[in-house]
Design a protein around this ligand. Structure first.
Ligand code: SF4
Length: 364
């Protein structure tokens, strides 16, 4: 049986040099190949006409460019959000979101097909876990979004006139990545970190560390590893409950990593990296939006370099809860401020196309 072709997006730059070297070709060609992949973003081997024919032939027969075909594309009526259903080579599919707010272009990228963590209000959690994505499949999502940004730049003047987008989008490229799509990124740690390394390479996509955000449900070993490896990304920890019992009712993963262990890991992280943590709080009416719960969050996080992001619940098919009211969010914020904790309320965007927080899912 023939070996499956190698996905070129799975390779770091030094691995690409080694691959080309193993084929008895100069590393110079690997550098040119890297530029084709991440600078010019060509989508076929024939266009790589500065590579020796022998290398192109070998690439054609033994590798793929790792593109993920778009099975469906939907645009939100808010004018800011697009969602892509992307097909993987084994028939599974994932969702990736492009958010294009004024002065900011962000890809919300998936790390797994489904998710094993089972947060009750999350559509991805409701679909269960199928498999991890490879580094190349994660990189390919970012490359896809970047291509979209470049190819649709000409469309933006109309949107800019409508007050939706900046005219700078005519020169836009992908600037930010959030690992907040389908899946728990720290459950697929190695592939996610390799993908980030590839996307950060200064001679490729060159994404800055400060432009990368990871969201975790609270995978304690992953948080400790991020600290030990000194990975300077924005870290968002999904809290949702300020006592073990309340958290466990929404986040089954709290059984494996109880609240006290999670807080210990968070304190270790902020001390070691000297960075703050963003704590996410999905606001659900009657579940976790009371004044008492706001005080409990304040007491839990007091003194820690932290920010709380309140996210009014987004609707999903498998959960009947309703979003906490705007007034409840405001009261929550006031109480948190009393504990010295800054907070934000997440704007609800892309809800009409199921692209909001916790809404990504694919029928398997
Ligand atoms: S919120 Fe995140 S960790 Fe929880 S089920 Fe959804 S994708 Fe998984």
């Amino acid at each position: 049986m023939a070996a499956a072709p190698l996905n070129l997006h799975d390779f770091t730059r030094s691995e690409l040099v080694a691959l080309v070297g193993a084929w008895d070709l100069s590393p110079v060609h690997a550098t040119r190949l890297w530029n084709y992949l991440y600078y010019e973003r060509v989508d076929n081997f024939a266009a790589m006409n500065e590579l020796p024919v022998r290398l192109r032939k070998r690439l054609e027969s033994e590798t793929t460019l790792g593109r993920l075909p778009v099975a469906r594309e939907t645009h939100s009526s808010d004018g800011f959000t697009r969602k892509y259903l992307l097909a993987l080579t084994d028939g599974h599919r994932i969702e990736t979101v492009l958010m294009r707010y004024t002065g900011r272009t962000t890809a919300c990228v998936s790390s797994q097909v489904g998710c094993a963590m089972g947060c009750v209000f999350c559509a991805t959690g409701q679909m269960g876990y199928t498999r991890h994505l490879t580094a190349g499949e994660i990189v390919a999502q970012a490359v896809h979004v970047d291509r979209v940004l470049r190819s649709t730049a000409a469309e933006t003047p109309a949107l800019a006139e409508a007050g939706h987008e900046s005219p700078h989008h005519r020169h836009e490229r992908l600037r930010n990545i959030v690992l907040m799509g389908m899946g728990e990124p720290l459950h697929n740690y190695d592939a996610v970190m390799k993908a980030i390394d590839i996307l950060r390479d200064p001679s490729g996509m060159a994404l800055g560390a400060k432009k990368i955000s990871l969201s975790t449900v609270g995978v304690v070993p992953g948080i400790i590893r991020l600290a030990d490896e000194r990975r300077p990304f924005h870290l968002a920890v999904s809290l949702h409950g300020a006592t073990q019992a309340e958290r466990l009712a929404l986040v089954p993963a709290a059984r494996a990593w109880p609240l006290d262990l999670l807080m210990e890991a968070c304190r270790y992280y902020v001390t070691k990296l000297e960075r703050r943590i963003f704590f996410e709080w999905t606001l659900i009416e009657g579940k976790n939006d009371s004044l008492g719960q706001a005080h409990a969050v304040g007491s839990l996080l007091k003194g820690m370099p932290a920010q709380v992001n309140l996210i009014p619940l987004n609707p999903t098919a498998g959960y009947t809860g309703v979003p906490g009211h705007q007034m409840a969010a405001r009261r929550f914020q006031e109480i948190l401020a009393g504990y010295g904790l800054p907070s934000t309320v997440r704007q609800r965007r892309g809800i009409d196309i199921g692209a909001g927080c916790g809404q990504l899912a694919v029928a398997e």
